[in-house]
Write a protein that binds this ligand. Sequence first.
Ligand code: KDG
Length: 311
Amino acid sequence: ERDLLTVGEALVSLRSSGPLAAGGPLTMHLAGAESNVAIGLARLGHRAAWAGRVSDDELGEFVLRQLRAEGVDTTDVRRDPQRPPGVMFLERRTADVSRVRYLRAGSAGAALDVDDLRAPLAAGARLLHLSGITPALSDSARTAVAWAVRTAAESGIPVSLDVNYRAGLWSREDARATLTPLAGYAAVVIASTDELDLVTEAGADERDAAADLVRRGVSTVLVKLGADGARAWTADGVEHVPAVPVTAVDTVGAGDAFTAGYLSGHLDGLGLTDRLRRAAALGAFAVAGHGDWEGLPRRDELSLITGSAAG
Ligand code: KDG
């Protein structure tokens, strides 16, 4: 059985080391919040599958080859001969400021629909991971995510939902209307502090938002605090984990790494404290290296970053 099934859009990310308007070399990478999580888990030895649509061209082939090279199961990926790849530019505008520009409207990945998900859901998994990016991509993707969440809940597959609000894709009002009901089906909800009001009607106060989610059946609410670590809210109370101090060179992908570490700990049967420590360790690996996922550890590397005793 698969440990993790995740679904979303994988993107071709073109990274610049300076302002895009000035041109200059771009390097090509695989990006995508859910595929980042799948890679994080596969690196740690879990059986992780990613499902979605890719373009039926060289760029779709690039996406698949990257995932396969990382040991991610791509059996259920569909190739769409009609639609282009989803592309993003990641522009390093200054040393501290990066900007994202998407060319993904009408992409293969955005055309995801329920039929794409029947086989992977039927195959089963110990966890289903989704992000709030996918339902922002199209009506059919929104329907597909809602269907997957309900189907998983009915089959007893715990769902984790990372809010991952992307202002370039939809308004906060639309995100809230879609994500608040979905969150009620999730076992784990992951959000940064400024995303909590998108999964509850209880407002932006962290304690109130977490309490509302727990009341609605969510087991664990993970609130990401960046350099301050994270807090986990459960029916038993709240627990804080500090970030592991490292020299940060690139924070993109840190949230996905955090999620992968947490879910890895869950799959390994660790208690909450050790799950959080593994999450913090993976977040540290992600920020300490360039790229969304390239710096993530194999299992034997977990102890390279101090504080990550959760190996
Ligand atoms: O979490 C990192 C992602 O933001 C990046 O890989 C691209 O999935 C992506 C998105 O839609 O922004």
